[in-house]
Design a protein around this ligand. Structure first.
Ligand code: MN
Length: 511
């Protein structure tokens, strides 16, 4: 293990970047000294591997440094002050963000899944926090065999229902695919084995045919002077095949894209040229030529797909795209961040989080459509489009404000002390929270704590506040509560209570 292993994954790191990463590497090595993981390995390996995942996503030095330090404050081995002094505000902000996300607990309850995802997005504030968290989770999933079996299942289910879909929504297929496949194995072991062996036999059957076809194709490409291209095989993810089989009568013969040849070229014109060459050496199957370049998928995916008959009775799918399209589909939002980190010489504090907030509403709004787990956002492209009209700093602020107004003024996400997510309308106060938990708790509320500090019941809640309600048997609603409460639910409970007790008081007590 050396910092060079991390740095070598980056495209063209500056000397400053290298030194910054080296410094964080040394620091993490020192603070985690003596700590061991469940596997018996030094704890440092975990933060090192997390940083390596971030480097392979081509994240900037700041994010990689935060990845190396992401567990140092949580574990109490380093203080916030030290991180701030040694690595600056931005790194501290990222580390704290990751620590905060770690407090959320997933209990597998169906109705919480969506609010939990939204919470993560809202609480992250900066997309880099989410990406570090995803990298952290990926390494934990890669080493899940060392964890107690009952915990394995919970963590895997949480990954499958919360983290993998988040990675997918950020269009980082590189992460979502592996997160899905690793957790699938623990959540549905029997199905996993079945699909895995299906894939294996499919591979054994198809690879020789594909090799043969690819040889012919390469010759044909060379003859047409397409010299700069890359070819490889693309295999469908195990979990993604499982999901697709479910919608295709569990008939593997109805799924054509399990294995495909992938050709990457320099530009769009070459994509169509390659398609023409393929169709000249093998007969395409009508109806299975897809032009996702002219008509991208809703998630922004671009590529040309065709299925051809090789003449030996085999059908082969070929996918053609530019290097850039390939990069976008694997790295998604991550590729936009690097641009941002490198593009600004001196970053204003929080500009990154402001930038990310533009994306937030789309992610949140996106999840409102039912049954959309197959889709990912087209918002990266949409955003790029709408941003073209932004000329001045004022336009930009207006744009962000509009987006925020549409969605952010909608709900806030707060936590119970146990880490359950409660979503409430914006402007809700501690008292609303109490009634949202349970009407009995609401009725007997005597006080509230927000982030461990005593507050009055009318205190407004903010995203990711941890709210604790103090109850007393003798506490009861007063008419003043009706003015404090913002949610209709709380108001209704309060007025019902007041109504009932008014009646009670009017009835003379009987002995
Ligand atoms: Mn960690």
């Amino acid at each position: 293990m050396t910092s060079e292993e991390i740095i070598s994954l980056l495209d063209s790191p500056s000397q400053k970047d290298k030194e910054f990463i080296q410094k964080a590497y040394d620091f993490a090595l020192k603070v985690h000294e003596g700590q061991v993981r469940k596997s018996g390995e030094p704890y440092f390996i975990h933060v090192f591997e997390t940083a390596k995942i971030l480097a392979s996503l081509k994240m900037g030095a700041t994010t990689i440094v935060a990845g190396l330090l992401h567990d140092s404050v949580e574990d109490g081995v380093a203080t916030e002050a030290t991180i701030k002094k040694e690595f600056g505000d931005e790194v501290l902000f990222l580390v704290n963000g990751v620590t905060k996300l770690g407090k959320v607990k997933y209990r597998g309850a169906e109705r919480h899944v969506e609010s939990l995802r939204k919470f993560l997005v809202a609480a992250a504030q900066d997309v880099r926090v989410l990406i570090i968290k995803l990298a952290d989770r990926l390494h934990n999933m890669r080493t899940l065999q060392y964890v107690r079996p009952d915990k394995q299942k919970r963590i895997a289910l949480e990954t499958l229902e919360i983290y993998a879909p988040l990675a997918y929504r950020l269009s980082i297929r590189m992460l979502s695919r592996e997160l899905e496949d690793l957790s699938f194995e623990y959540v549905y072991p029997a199905e996993y084995e079945k699909i895995k062996s299906l894939l294996k036999s499919k591979r054994e059957e198809s690879i020789p045919e594909m090799d043969k076809f690819l040889k012919t194709l390469k010759k044909a490409l060379a003859a047409e002077e397409i010299i700069h291209f890359k070819s490889d095989y693309r295999q469908k993810g195990i979990y993604s095949l499982y999901k697709k089989l479910k919608t295709h009568d569990n008939d593997i013969n109805k799924i054509y894209d399990i294995l495909a040849i992938r050709i990457s070229v320099d530009n769009v014109a070459d994509c169509y040229k390659v398609l023409g060459i393929i169709h000249s050496i093998a007969r395409p199957i009508p109806g299975r030529i897809k032009d996702y370049i002219a008509f991208p998928k809703p998630n922004g995916y671009k590529s040309l797909h065709t299925n051809v008959l090789t003449g030996d009775g085999a059908t082969i799918e070929v996918q053609i795209r530019t290097f850039e399209m390939h990069h976008d589909s694997e790295y998604g939002i991550a590729s936009h961040i690097l641009y941002k980190e490198k593009g600004s010489v001196k970053q204003k504090e929080n500009s990154e989080s402001k930038w990310f907030k533009q994306f937030l509403p789309k992610i949140i709004n996106y999840s409102k459509t039912p049954d959309n787990s197959e889709l990912a956002p087209g918002w990266i492209n949409e955003l790029a489009e709408s941003q073209k009209n932004i000329k001045t700093e004022k336009d930009k602020d207006g744009f962000i404000e509009d987006l925020k107004a549409d969605f952010f003024n909608d709900r806030i996400f707060v936590l119970t002390p146990k880490g359950d997510v409660v979503d409430l309308p914006v402007d809700s106060c501690a008292l609303d929270f109490a009634f949202a938990i349970h009407s009995d708790i609401g009725i007997h509320t005597s006080g509230a704590k927000i982030n461990n500090k005593m507050v009055s019941l009318d205190t407004k809640l903010n995203n990711s506040d941890i709210v604790e309600i103090i109850i007393k048997g003798s506490s009861k609603p007063s008419s003043k509560w009706l003015e404090i409460a913002k949610t209709n639910m709380a108001k209704r409970h309060i007025s019902n209570y007041l109504e009932k007790n008014k009646t009670k008081n009017q009835i003379p007590r009987q002995k």
